[in-house]
Design a protein around this ligand. Structure first.
Ligand SMILES: [Zn+2]
Length: 115
């Protein structure tokens, strides 16, 4: 299924209310990366960046754990790992589809099944 171009967030939200999200999973936008695949190399100074685990709370009540980012020990540049960016993008799409409450339940189920 091809994902149409949306002119506004309202238009996109309306689309997801009337279409089956699962048919479009492959079409969801991936993270835009400036410097794949050497994402552990600093884009500014070229030093080897150090991976660290972080948590972010993009919305109140929604905490994303075990995200990975890279920090440059030389110039301090911080960059999210591509897998973490992709996860945030997916979650952004899921919020539009299921609403925040539905998404929180799914996140809980997902993290519970990893244990
Ligand atoms: Zn650097």
């Amino acid at each position: 299924m091809k994902l149409p171009k949306f002119r506004s967030e309202e238009e996109e939200a309306t689309f997801w209310e009337t279409h089956d999200f699962s048919k479009y999973l492959d079409e969801l936008p991936e993270a835009q990366l400036d410097w794949e695949p050497d994402e552990d190399t600093c884009p500014h100074c070229g030093a080897a960046m150090q991976a660290e685990r972080i948590e972010i709370e993009p919305l109140e009540g929604l905490c994303l754990r075990d995200l990975q980012q890279y920090r440059c020990p030389v110039c301090g540049t911080v960059q999210l790992a591509s897998e973490s960016l992709a996860r945030i993008n997916r979650i952004d799409g899921l919020i539009k589809r299921f609403g925040l409450a539905g998404l929180l339940l799914r996140e809980e189920a997902a993290s519970a099944s990893k244990r």
